[in-house]
Design a protein around this ligand. Structure first.
Ligand code: NAD
Length: 371
């Protein structure tokens, strides 16, 4: 079985789908590996670091005889068109944003595994790329905010008096939010967390944070949140304003699958925040959680900075790539048997993740959106 690893071409993308320390484990699958020259450079892996892996200059030539193509972002339509019918692609796809890519995957008879759709079940945890990447982004958010703040996070006693600890509020306590709380706590901040799923109370407390209770229960499908009604939003706003305005740093991470990110903070609330305080909006890729957010930029509302970087995992490209490569490896261990592809379409993880196969769109949501 031949496995090809592409160099990423999307803007803001520094990750790579294979890192040198993982190549030996891929070879154990009975695979021959080939990588596009320079694929690891943006993550600080040189071609020579990938020992035992063939180097190919051109993406089309690389994928033309591959049984499995690995990438972080979906390849271009042209590269997919160069793949063999029946070959496997594993990458993030986000098909609803890329109908041309979806069409080419279907028409090219590619078995495409969309990494953003790995089911959130225990057995699939080792393949859950959304979680591995969100954990890193969550860790990084308080650091990004800390260097923008005109103050320190921990309490400090000095000869001229004590500085009090900063207050950090994290809104949205999924994988990223809990890591953000843990990091802010380790840096010495006083932390508070808020989410619309009540089970996050204990999770927040377990990383040293107080839970802000708005009395809302918005548990939706599959362990995710649902959208709030207008009444619920108004109620939340009332409870949260005081916490927003006490915070020195706010990190927002709220997402509802398939929707634009929910608006958690409006400009009037931001105007009431302390001068110099900072918001790090981790939902920039899906539009942002604050009224004043400009995705991909640092905005100012009054005297508050709102950081909204795109693709935060990519800023930690080395380890984000390592975790992602391991997620891919675990997926391949499920679909490669005795050195050959063996897709069990009845397996819940395969069925849940397979976007296209045998000339058909298999993911019902993607199909409905496409038609
Ligand atoms: P996500 O990125 O979809 O959303 C981030 C957080 O935002 C979620 O906690 C969500 O509840 C919250 N949110 C949405 N709307 C909000 C609003 N209006 N106000 C405040 N918060 C709001 O979440 P995620 O990190 O991908 O995790 C989603 C769920 O999947 C969680 O329950 C997580 O524990 C679960 N999960 C399970 C597994 C597993 O069992 N294998 C793995 C990973 C995650």
């Amino acid at each position: 079985i031949k496995i090809a690893i592409l160099k990423e071409t999307a803007e803001h993308e520094r990750r790579v789908a294979m890192v040198p320390v993982v190549t030996a484990r891929f070879s154990k699958l009975g695979a021959n590996l080939a990588i596009q020259s320079g694929a690891g450079l943006a993550a600080d892996f040189a071609d020579v670091d990938y020992s035992g892996v063939a180097l190919v200059e051109d993406a089309g030539a690389l994928v033309a005889d591959a049984d499995v193509v690995l990438a972080v972002q979906a390849p271009t339509v042209e590269v997919i068109a160069a793949m063999k019918p029946g070959a496997v692609l594993a990458s993030f796809v986000y098909a609803d944003k890329q109908p041309d890519v979806l069409r080419q995957l279907r028409d090219g008879r590619i078995s495409a595994f969309a990494m953003e759709t790995v089911p959130r079940i225990s057995r699939a945890q080792s393949m859950d790329a959304l979680s591995s990447q969100a954990a890193l982004a969550g860790y990084y958010a308080p650091l990004l905010g800390a260097v923008q703040l005109p103050r320190i996070l921990p309490m400090m006693t000095t000869a001229v008096g004590s500085l009090r600890a900063a207050h950090v509020l994290v809104m949205g306590l999924g994988v990223a939010g809990l890591q953000a709380l843990a990091t802010a706590h380790r840096l010495g901040a006083v932390t508070e967390g808020y989410d619309v799923r009540p089970e996050t109370r204990e999770q927040a407390q377990s990383v040293g944070a107080k839970f802000v209770d708005t009395g809302i229960d918005a548990r939706g499908e599959g362990g995710y949140a649902r959208e709030l009604t207008a009444d619920e939003q108004a109620k939340v706003r009332d409870v949260l304003t005081r916490h927003v305005q006490q915070a020195d740093m706010i990190i927002t991470t709220a997402n509802v699958p398939g929707r634009k990110a929910p608006r958690l903070i409006d400009n009037a609330q931001i105007q009431g925040m302390k001068p110099g305080s900072v918001i790090v909006d981790l939902a920039a890729d899906s539009g942002g959680n604050c009224e004043g957010t400009i995705p991909g930029q640092t905005a100012r509302v009054g005297r508050v900075h709102i950081l909204a970087p795109f693709n935060v995992p990519s800023l930690l490209a080395q380890q984000a790539s390592e975790l992602y490569a391991k997620n891919l490896l675990n997926l391949l261990e499920l679909i490669v048997k005795d050195g050959a592809l063996a897709l069990d379409l009845d397996d819940a993880v395969v069925a849940g993740t397979l976007l296209t196969h045998g000339g058909e769109i298999r993911n019902e949501k993607a199909k409905a959106h496409f038609e």
